[in-house]
Design a binder for this molecule. Structure first.
Ligand code: 5AD
Ligand code: SF4
Length: 454
């Protein structure tokens, strides 16, 4: 690679990967790399991959097939192109990736972003087929934090990783293997990064973690839980909104529930996956709670914050799932009521306990159940949005819309809201009144705060 260099990073999967991609960019910037939006322009292409389901992992190999052509094309014109695989596929499959796709020059896992400069200088020295997937003892975030300080700007709605990894070992899930054991970042590091983000223009911060509500740390006055961290973060001037994701039902403590009532900056939206509504399947999944306990938790959340919007994840066709089990999932969806949700066909992942089970559910049964579940979830989402027509609330303006003069913001309940800018700018928090509701978004007009436009 010659200088100045261009890097294209393609991100798959969850928000933690989005965060890690931003950290890669922070590490590469001081090395003279500019981030570009097209593979064709790049000298270095990094695929930041997801291993959660087979489909996600397979996408990486089809992309690598395309990149092989691009690399050949470049070589024919005497130009170099380095190709790297990062993220959870890198962690899970390691050098097997290079065996299957020799076009890959180096591989690094989610804990090894700080190794990028070394990998690149070794690449420049002619080394190939490098694999960096150790879990280092030190905090990967600390090694990256200072680099983030040099970032020119941050989004108005920024992510901040506070926790990584998972010790829950749900029987279907690769995360405990790819992201490792639960780790909570120390409070002072999080507070410092949050202040930095706000200084650079963030108005909203979403705390990230595979099990974010299990976060804990030693802060002023003793052990802090997530509720305490949120309350400290809320004292940062200029920060308008807080969110956190993803939570496990068993780690929702009373103080965190109360935070939805007491912390004015904490938005009324919670992603709280239940996966299934059947107690037998929940047990087989090793979720360690029942459908009844989940519904009780939802009731307590609604008592604390009656307008809280609930989001969820569901898996259909877990091994052994009967039609009755699936009917229980439809039932819990009706009873809990979701503003938004993700649902998936069970995908057997190598190395997870459920993958070994003999009672796998046939593909066509999974497809049919998924269609029924998604139909119900889509109707719930539509009804949730429709109920907002005529209502007013504040939105945070986040990005330009597709039409001239249009901006897109977010409601407290995470709905996308389209408005005409009327002199307002990205980063403003403005009052709006909803005119129309669509399946996935709302249209609204910004209310005039000086005259009585209500
Ligand atoms: N198959 C299907 N869905 C899965 N998820 C995790 N593992 C699997 C799997 N093996 C889903 C869960 C989780 C979300 C991030 O992905 O619903 O909450
Ligand atoms: Fe995976 Fe379960 Fe951990 Fe979530 S709680 S990351 S589904 S093992």
């Amino acid at each position: 690679m010659s200088t100045p260099r261009k890097v294209f990073i393609k991100t798959y999967g969850c928000q933690m990967n989005v965060y890690d991609t931003a950290r890669m960019s922070d590490v590469l910037r001081p090395m003279g790399f500019e981030q570009v939006e097209a593979a064709a322009e790049a000298d270095l292409i990094i695929l930041n991959t997801c291993h959660i389901r087979e489909k996600a992992a397979e996408k990486v190999y089809s992309e690598l097939g395309r990149l092989r052509m691009l690399k050949q094309d470049r070589a024919a014109r005497g130009r170099d192109l380095a190709i790297a695989v990062a993220g959870c596929v890198a962690q899970a499959e390691g050098e097997a990736i290079i065996a299957r796709a020799p076009v890959v020059d180096f591989i690094f896992g989610p804990q090894s972003t700080h190794a990028l400069p070394d990998l690149i200088s070794r690449y420049d020295a002619g080394e190939r087929a490098m694999v960096e997937t150790d879990f280092p003892a030190r905090d990967k975030f600390d090694a990256l934090g200072e680099k983030a300080a040099a970032a020119p700007a941050v989004p108005v709605s920024a992510f901040l990783a506070v926790q990584e990894g998972c010790d829950k070992f749900c029987a279907f899930c690769v995360v405990p293997y790819t992201r490792g054991a639960e780790y909570s970042r120390p409070p002072e590091r999080i507070m410092a990064e949050a202040r930095l983000l706000v200084d650079k223009g963030a108005r909203e911060i979403t705390l990230l973690g595979q099990n974010v509500n299990a976060w804990h740390g030693q802060g002023a006055g003793g052990t802090w839980n997530l509720a305490r961290l949120l309350s400290e973060l809320a004292s940062i001037d200029g920060l308008g909104r807080l969110r956190f994701t993803t939570s496990h039902p068993n780690d929702m403590d009373d103080e965190l529930i109360a935070a939805f009532a007491e912390n004015e900056k904490l938005m009324p939206y919670l992603h709280l996956p239940v996966q299934s509504g059947s107690d037998a399947i929940l047990k087989a999944m090793n979720r360690k709670h029942t459908a009844g306990q989940y519904l009780d938790l939802v009731a307590r959340l609604r008592r604390a914050r009656p307008d809280i919007a609930l989001s969820g994840d569901f898996i259909v066709g877990f091994p052994g799932e009967t039609e009755e089990d699936f009917a229980a999932t439809l039932r819990i969806v009706r009873e809990a009521g979701y503003a938004q949700a993700y649902s998936f066909k069970y995908s057997a992942r190598p190395g997870t306990p459920a993958a070994e089970r003999p009672d796998q559910v046939p593909q066509e049964v999974k497809s049919e159940r998924l269609a029924r579940l998604q139909d119900l979830l889509a109707r719930q989402q539509q009804a949730f949005n429709a109920a907002f027509v005529g209502r007013s609330f504040d939105i945070l303006l986040e990005k330009p819309g597709r039409h001239r003069g249009q901006l897109v913001g977010r409601s407290p309940w995470l709905q996308a809201v389209h408005v005409q800018a009327r002199g307002h700018a990205i980063g403003d928090i403005v009052p709006v009144r909803v005119e129309r509701a669509g399946k996935n978004s709302l249209s609204a007009h910004i209310m005039d705060t000086t005259t009585a436009d209500v």
